[in-house]
Design a protein. Structure first.
Length: 150
């Protein structure tokens, strides 16, 4: 299970990087290997212009490189219509609005489970939250009352 949590953390980092550069319509698809999925997740987002598409891609690469991850393949960066960053276990797709509507990956991969970015961010931390919500051990109560001497 640690590999799955690490993967979810990496995908969450990619999402955070895209959000930092104001990516629009962020969607995560969890692909089913039995249904022909060749990776675990697609992170799909849009930029409003070519510079923003490239900035989102750059930030994802930069953020993940700090975690020791490099994409095995990058496609479409110069044209900035559809940039694909392949990290093997997940793929980041950064589209222009026009290309996103045309290719509509959500429709093509309709058998995939669609997740919100928040669902993915919270998944690896469930154990930590459960531990934090446990009541603290009780301590003996000390009385603060003092008697004054006249």
């Amino acid at each position: 299970m640690p590999k799955k949590n690490a993967l979810q953390r990496q995908v969450a980092d990619a999402i955070a990087a895209a959000e930092e550069k104001k990516a629009e319509d962020l969607t995560v698809l969890q692909l089913d290997k039995a249904a022909g999925g060749f990776t675990d997740y697609f992170v799909i987002c849009s930029g409003s212009n070519p510079r923003q598409v490239q900035a989102i891609s750059d930030e994802v690469e930069h953020r993940l490189s700090h975690a020791g991850l490099r994409p095995t393949h990058v496609e479409g960066y110069k044209q900035a219509e559809w940039v694909l960053l392949d990290y093997v276990d997940f793929v980041v797709h950064v589209f222009s609005r026009k290309a996103r509507n045309f290719y509509n990956l959500e429709r093509l991969w309709k058998s995939a489970k669609q997740l919100t970015p928040g669902e993915l961010r919270s998944a690896p931390r469930k154990r930590a939250r459960a531990k934090a919500s446990m009541p603290a051990p009780s301590r003996p109560h000390r009385s603060r009352s003092r008697t004054r001497k006249a």
